[in-house]
Write a protein that binds this ligand. Structure first.
Ligand SMILES: Nc1ncnc2c1ncn2[C@@H]1O[C@H](COP(=O)(O)OP(=O)(O)OP(=O)(O)O)[C@@H](O)[C@H]1O
Length: 286
């Protein structure tokens, strides 16, 4: 029977710098990703998200541990891995002096994509850039350039797509347009792995989320189970010294009971992944 986990990570570790100034970027993390799902790594800047993605996409070597993608080890079989993955990196590495079409044409030729012209049209239509195919990338907005990076990564039809902070720095409306593009990339059973420090992004897109803090995977589950872990209802209240106090409860009735006790300036709301992060680490994501 075919393994339902397309990605398996075992006890992964990565440090940077000399021994006397060692920075731990990833500390003994393990997780598995089911084929055809969207998996998110959520955490603040410096949590180790990019390092994990770089290891999985063969751009950097782990110090120890193992990553297996579709049966191939990232250290021993990087070429097999590269054949199966598409990557949208955090930094924009499009050629700004070429048109959208030319960017895809060159990339497609380098990656030996069959039926290239049809594929380019299909992908540019998918991301809503076909009408702008002959425009220079330097004339594109940030959101359009991100969409072109998606189209480029999808050109060789990878079975896994890696997105490192896919909507970083974009305004909320443009971010939502990109979410629609990401949802479309799931068709044909493609697996998507993304990193983000935006709570709403993780909630909107991911089937399962791993929460990373200081290189450690501190929780891993579906968004709704993660929220159940801390309680689905939150009572927010500002105390006499102006501090925000939060109480988490399993049921609305329990939250209501607390709100009645506290009386003034109280709000009851559903919990979110930020609450989960606060509860588990004492810090905030954004
Ligand atoms: N090339 C490098 N040399 C030294 N330290 C590094 C290097 N790359 C990352 N780090 C450090 O490793 C830790 C994890 O960084 P990483 O970029 O993986 O985190 P991140 O969660 O992706 O954050 P960001 O969203 O800011 O990229 C941080 O402390 C970072 O400063």
């Amino acid at each position: 029977m075919k393994n339902k986990f397309i990605i398996e990570v075992f006890d992964l570790q990565k440090h940077y710098g000399p021994p006397e100034k060692r920075i731990t970027a990833v500390s003994s993390i393990s997780f598995k990703i089911e084929v055809g799902t969207v998996f998110g790594l959520l955490g603040p800047n410096g949590a180790g998200k990019t390092t994990t993605i770089k290891i999985l996409t063969t751009l950097t070597m782990p110090d120890s541990g193992r990553c297996v993608i579709d049966g191939f080890d990232v250290v021993n079989d990087p070429m097999e891995i590269k054949r199966r993955i598409g990557v949208v990196p955090q930094e924009n590495n499009l050629d700004r002096e070429l048109t959208a079409y030319e960017n895809l044409l060159i990339y497609g030729m380098l990656h030996n994509v069959k039926n290239l012209k049809e594929k380019i049209e299909e992908k540019l239509r998918m991301v809503g850039l076909w009408e702008r195919k002959d425009s220079l990338v330097s004339h594109f907005s940030g959101g359009m350039q991100r969409r072109l990076l998606f189209a480029r990564a999808l050109l060789p039809e990878p079975s896994i797509l890696f997105l490192d902070e896919p909507t970083i720095g974009l305004d909320p409306q443009i971010r939502r347009q990109l979410w629609d593009v990401i949802r479309k990339t799931r068709i044909d059973g493609r697996t998507v792995v993304l990193t983000t420090h935006y709570i709403e992004e993780a909630e909107a897109l991911c089937d399962r989320i791993g929460i990373l803090a200081k290189g450690r995977l501190i929780a891993l589950d579906t968004p709704s189970n993660l929220k159940k872990l801390v309680g689905e209802y939150v009572v927010d209240v500002i105390d006499d010294e102006g501090r925000l106090m939060q109480y988490m409860f399993k049921t609305r009735d329990e939250a209501h009971q607390k709100a009645m006790e506290l009386q003034n300036g109280v709000t009851i709301r559903r919990s979110n992944l930020e609450d989960v992060f606060v509860k588990l680490t004492g810090g905030r994501i954004e």
